[in-house]
Ligand binder design. Sequence first.
Ligand SMILES: Cc1cc2nc3c(=O)[nH]c(=O)nc-3n(C[C@H](O)[C@H](O)[C@H](O)COP(=O)(O)OP(=O)(O)OC[C@H]3O[C@@H](n4cnc5c(N)ncnc54)[C@H](O)[C@@H]3O)c2cc1C
Length: 500
Amino acid sequence: MSLRIAIIGGGTAGWMTANLLAHRWGAGKARITLVEAPEIATIGVGEGSTPTLKRFFEILGIAEAEWMPACCATYKAGIRFRGWSPASGVAQYSHPFLTQIDLHTEEAFTLNCRNRRLGLDVPTAPGDFLLGGVLAAQGKAPLAPDHFPFRMEYGYHFDATLLGQFLRDQALARGVSHRQGRVQDILRDDEGAIAAVMTDRAGPIEADWFVDCTGFAALLMRGALDVPFAGFRDNLFNDAAVMLPTPSAASIPVETTATALSHGWAWSIPLTSRNGNGYVYSRDFLSADAAEQELRAALGLRESPVEARHLTFQTGQLVRHWERNCLAVGLAQGFVEPLEATALHLVLNTVDLFMDHLERGRFTPQYRDAFNAVITDRVERVRDYIVAHYKLNTRDDSDYWRANRDNGHLSDPLLHILDTWFRRGDLVALLEQQPELSHFTSASWHCLLAGYGAFPPLAEMQREDVDFYRSRDLARFLDGCSLNFPSHGDALAQMKKVAA
Ligand SMILES: Cc1cc2nc3c(=O)[nH]c(=O)nc-3n(C[C@H](O)[C@H](O)[C@H](O)COP(=O)(O)OP(=O)(O)OC[C@H]3O[C@@H](n4cnc5c(N)ncnc54)[C@H](O)[C@@H]3O)c2cc1C
């Protein structure tokens, strides 16, 4: 029997979901329909990814040359953080995505961090220990040639609107049917499950399973099914963003930049067609007008006629991501905040896990509670990691940064991790023994904590007789590896040629 699945909403989350479902269940197992109201715009932001987007395209068998030029996409080896911890003496640091080859250098990095926590004056800049950091510093694409014997991990920057259109065409080619209509009502059956979604011009949409991809509106989950929302306002203060594009740089960086400003932070996301810029801030501390002026000043656009776009958002998550016969995906399920660009990462996680659990339960809700527990925990652990960026800041230029530093609403897992670090404990062992404490690896935590310079003062006595960190050997090793990689510009030009 063929399942009827209706996806409501055609933003990035809706079309990613449509492709994933069609890829796994399309041939005979499911009839998938996506309904959207084109007059309700998609959010139009969300232009940086984690390496999970690479996995998404690999699952679907779509080559980079097929989608990247069509979406003005560039490579992303990591994120450069500027100005988050000036009092520790760190003006900026690179947080690369970890790749397989970093297994050879990660130990030296964590060992140095350990020694630095004991007071020794050893280098700890994450970007000097991990290949992605070296490539970013050299402006090289993390694109390994065939003879390079290690798998590279990286993310992308892309135009969100173009990616939505690309994924729509892919989904249609995979047999997904596309209807245009605005949801006006949602009908429930006698047991409370969703029976049909009533639209203005696509008629009633009946299905066995519904996927709520209606963005922040969460029409099915929060509207019809009344699923409560657990906000993160207690420890994530940001709730608004202002955006202004600028022309692409002559040499396109391989990193997102996240620069701390007076009451939040600004992203810089390099595409081939433009640079996306946005200031994420808290309305409790800054007005929209002041945020726009500050972003304009930071970009040198004070006098520019280019119009800024403003939006507001709510951080938090549904207390259940799967309710009755409905799954929430994307902004409808919740939002942590854009730092670390984890939203599309959670989309793939959610849909993948949903399909696994539904199959395991023979297409019944048998494993719904187990699924909900995993996803809720995952979102909370992503939140913890982002909260740590704010909690550990050492800025003193506004109440906003001081309030973040004073934030006492930390979860137990986050407190445990920070406590282990500051008590000079073994974070690697902790996260190996208790992986449930974090969604991020211990190497990622070392990048964040070392990147912030979150260390005690240096010891008075330093040992000069021991080369603890083998930094010269490391540099030679990583520089040698980097010789295999093309410049970012060459890689993008080559891809365009292949695409043509
Ligand atoms: C400031 C900011 C920065 C971000 N940066 C990143 C980032 O760098 N990386 C990342 O991964 N994510 C980021 N995100 C999150 C990312 O934008 C979203 O996760 C992603 O775009 C998916 O959005 P969506 O599809 O869930 O919702 P939307 O794009 O809002 O789509 C909602 C869909 O629902 C439809 N719809 C709504 N109401 C109705 C109705 N009544 N009837 C029919 N259809 C309806 C709309 O037409 C639309 O098609 C960011 C978010 C914000 C707010």
